[in-house]
Design a protein around this ligand. Structure first.
Ligand SMILES: Cc1ncc(COP(=O)(O)O)c(C=O)c1O
Length: 380
């Protein structure tokens, strides 16, 4: 019998919605075209891109002119760092945190090899940075502060508005990696003290391989690629029209019902956690439960090897993960959990479950039953 899949790994990626798939097929079929072509077929494709820009702008509360499409969240993050360091590498400082996504960690490693000073703010055991430490760490050489809005492993939300005020007072631009925040938090980015924001579509039911940068003042942005005049020259290369159109549709659907969708994901997550903590001894939630995004649950299963549990759950159709998808192939405990003060053993015993609007209460109940059985087995 084919096993029913219970997909609780939505921080890794989400399934594109049927309406999104329909739009994608349209621009891959009857409404195809190159947006740069100087004829009606090109104009038609360009219209799809402009519509997607408006749809995305609405979701994040921005003007569409501030949005540049990229090939991923990774590219968006890299491009912001490149923009703020390319003509002043020597002697310039970047301020970030110890819990950023690998697209920022590895970019920082590259920049350090090229003479940039990177200072990383520590987080407390709840996963939050200290704002006084941030104030003290900013200096005359700081060309960018980059702090994630929501952590991909724990869902912990950093106080981005307060962080933005501190940066604005110091005259330093703030970048936030909002890959796990967009579509899960109501935001009006234009009214916030944020200079750059990166996002990626596949966390809110768009196709993969498409992201964007919101940039308040585009004179601060620089292209990493060289070629045509797509995206006003900021991102040369023929646009991923299916991806962009799909992301636009996904953003529109999300925007239409955002408060209800957030509350649905939170209900699912809270039911999961309440049942799990009640029924499975030795479990504990990692990260600040008050400042946490609606869909994420990072659980410490005391005394259990989390890698083994993830594999066993997979056999029963329950998909979840130990850390982020980008670090799953590294045999190392989660650097995010270690940075929060967990021991290696505790980090290896922890698992991330992340829910989406497509999940159901029945799935939660079935998964809890399976987890109960498996944890009993693994403990014995
Ligand atoms: C916080 C965070 N930043 C950046 C990314 C990278 O996005 P993409 O997969 O589009 O490169 C991800 C994706 O996992 C993420 O969770």
């Amino acid at each position: 019998m084919k096993q029913k899949e219970i997909y609780f790994d939505n921080n890794a990626t989400t399934r594109p919605l049927p309406e999104v798939r329909k739009e994608v097929l349209k621009v891959m079929g009857p409404e195809f075209g190159n947006p740069s072509s100087a004829h009606s077929t090109g104009e038609r494709a360009l219209k799809h891109i402009s519509q997607a820009r408006n749809q995305l702008a609405q979701l994040i509360g921005s003007d569409s002119s501030k949005i540049t499409f990229t090939g991923s969240g990774t590219e968006a993050n890299n491009m912001v760092f490149y923009s703020r360091t390319r003509d002043k590498t020597a002697g310039c400082q970047i301020l970030t945190t110890t819990v950023e996504h690998s697209s920022i960690r590895k970019m920082c490693n590259f920049l350090m090899l090229n003479g940039v000073t990177v200072n990383k703010l520590k987080v407390n055991k709840e996963g939050l940075i200290n704002l006084d430490e941030l104030k003290k760490a900013i200096n005359k050489k700081t060309s960018l502060v980059s702090i994630q809005w929501v952590n991909n492993e724990t869902g912990v939300i950093q106080p981005i508005s307060e962080i933005g005020e501190i940066c604005a007072d110091a005259g330093v631009p703030l970048h936030t990696d909002a890959a796990q925040a967009v579509g899960k938090i109501e935001m009006n980015v234009q009214e916030m003290p944020i200079e750059f924001l990166s996002l990626t579509g596949h966390k809110f039911h768009s196709p993969q391989g498409v992201g964007a940068i919101y940039c308040k003042d585009k004179s601060l942005l620089a292209p990493m690629l060289f070629g045509g005049f797509q995206e006003d020259g900021f991102r040369p290369g023929t646009e991923n029209v299916p991806g962009i159109t799909g992301m636009g549709k996904a953003a529109e659907i999300r925007h239409q019902n955002l408060p209800e969708l957030i509350s649905k994901m939170k209900d699912l997550r809270d039911r999961f956690e309440t049942m799990l903590l009640d029924f499975v001894p030795g479990t504990k939630v990692n990260g600040d439960t008050k400042n946490r995004v609606c869909n994420t649950s990072n659980i410490l299963f005391g005394g259990i090897d989390g890698r083994r549990l993830v594999k066993e759950l997979d056999q029963y159709g329950v998909r979840c993960s130990q850390s982020s998808a980008c670090t799953n192939f590294e045999i190392a405990p989660s650097y995010v959990l270690l940075a929060m003060g967990l021991t290696e053993e505790e980090a290896y015993s922890s698992i991330r479950f992340s829910f989406s609007v497509e999940n159901t209460y029945e799935e939660i109940d079935s998964a809890i039953e399976i987890i109960r059985k498996l944890t009993d087995k693994l403990k014995n």
